[in-house]
Ligand binder design. Structure first.
Ligand SMILES: Cc1ncc(COP(=O)(O)O)c(C=O)c1O
Length: 407
């Protein structure tokens, strides 16, 4: 089989005529920053995931920062999360000079292991009077596979922790039938360009708690008592008051225009990703060099990412070489994630060594994320399958002949 001639990008958004029309309508309307479309997007999003309040912001990073502010995180406090995530999840804790304490993952799911969460909480609280400083846990639904929320909620209740979900990958994902977005104190989504719903850059905070939502809303726009929309619309007034030194995290109507149309096709886009995931899993099932991602019967995977694990003991090459060979086949890939405790900042700040989180470290060395997005054609999917199979076979280790074989 022949190789592709053009490079297949790792991720591309699906932008169709509906998004183009809605954005054009916004540009022509004269109201291009936070206004009526943001309001509609918030209402429709809250409705879609089944929660009371949704606050649109300009990133998931902003959403998590505002969520931690809303629960009253203070300098010196502790927030539990995993090292197997993107920079944003822990850096927002550092914004407060609070401490992110890492919990290792379940190597089957890449998500926080609830048993290890409780062990880490007990270890963190031992012998010190710092139990009161343990404030929150941020579980991350890696790739779009929901975490064990029942167990995490039970532990959080036991130790008085707030639960803020990092749901950057998890739209639309279901935990035991219920959509992620209405299950914890606060849930934060990302609408970055490569995510399952995109507004170019953007994020959403979902909560059932009106006070938390109000605080997030006020702090998302300089801590002023009313937003620009209310000030400049015909029923508004010029007067405003600064109640806190807030941030500049508001979403624009141009972004919300994209979001409104993307939300309408969320189900269809999920179906397309499910089909690609199904094809990959079937195509790799006879390759002992590759482990496909786990799915659970109870939960709906959002398939933001399709992460394969290489069985390195069956390959004569390492993960990096595997990626290089896929690149030669003109297939774009990525690695999710370089665990946070391996990065210089966290190593130097907290003295971490790679084996402090053995599951995260071991997985990191053998993962490859393959392209999975609705804008891929059937032919693109075939090309990825062919390339992965070819690279796996080319690097297949010849089994060592054991002495027993000669008997
Ligand atoms: C797990 C996770 N959390 C948070 C973020 C941050 O999202 P944003 O770029 O919208 O701030 C990302 C971005 O890729 C992510 O992968």
């Amino acid at each position: 089989m022949s190789r592709r001639t053009d490079f297949l990008h790792f991720a591309l958004p699906l932008i169709e005529k509906e998004e183009l029309r809605e954005v054009e309508d916004t540009l022509r309307s004269g109201w291009i920053t936070s206004g009526p479309k943001v309001k509609r997007f918030e209402e429709e999003f809250a409705d879609y995931v089944g929660t009371r309040h949704a606050v649109a912001v300009n990133s998931c990073t902003a959403a998590m920062h505002l969520s931690l502010d809303a629960i009253g995180l203070k300098s010196g406090d502790i927030v539990f999360t995993t090292p197997y995530t993107f920079a944003a999840t822990a850096e927002v804790v550092r914004y407060f000079k609070a401490r992110p304490v890492f919990v290792d993952i379940d190597p089957e799911t890449f998500n926080m292991d609830p048993q290890k969460l409780e062990q880490t909480i007990l270890k963190t609280g031992l012998g010190k009077d710092n139990k009161a400083a343990m404030r929150a846990v941020i579980p991350v639904h890696i790739a779009g596979l929901p975490c064990e929320l029942d167990a995490i909620h039970a532990i959080a209740r036991r130790y008085g922790l707030k639960v803020i979900e990092d749901a950057a990958h998890a739209l639309p994902a279901r935990y035991k039938g219920a959509l992620i977005g209405g299950l914890s104190d606060l849930t934060c989504f990302s609408f970055y360009a490569t995510k399952t719903l995109t507004t170019a850059e953007g994020g959403m905070i979902c909560t059932a708690d009106g006070e938390l939502a109000d605080r997030c809303r006020i702090m998302s726009l300089h801590g002023v008592s009313r937003d620009a929309w209310k000030r400049y619309s015909c029923e508004g007034s010029w007067f405003y008051e600064i109640t806190e030194p807030g941030f500049k995290y508001n979403m624009t109507d141009i972004s919300a225009a994209l979001g409104l149309q993307q939300l309408r096709k969320c189900g269809r886009m999920l179906q397309m990703r499910q089909e690609i995931a199904g094809r990959y899993t079937a195509a790799f099932s006879d390759l002992p060099e590759i482990e496909a991602p786990r799915v659970s019967g109870d939960n709906q995977h959002a398939w933001h990412l399709y992460i394969i694990r290489l069985n390195l003991d069956r390959l004569s090459c390492g993960r990096n070489e595997f990626i290089e060979q896929l690149k030669e086949e003109k297939i774009g890939t990525s690695v999710h994630f370089i665990p946070l405790h391996l990065h210089p900042y966290y190593r130097q700040k907290y003295g971490y060594v790679p084996h402090d989180f053995p599951a995260a470290y071991e997985l990191y060395n053998r993962v490859v994320s393959l392209p999975i997005y609705p804008a891929m054609s059937g032919r693109d999917v075939d090309d990825v399958i062919d390339a992965v199979r070819r690279v796996a076979k080319q690097n297949r280790k010849t089994p060592a002949i054991s002495s027993r074989a000669h008997i």
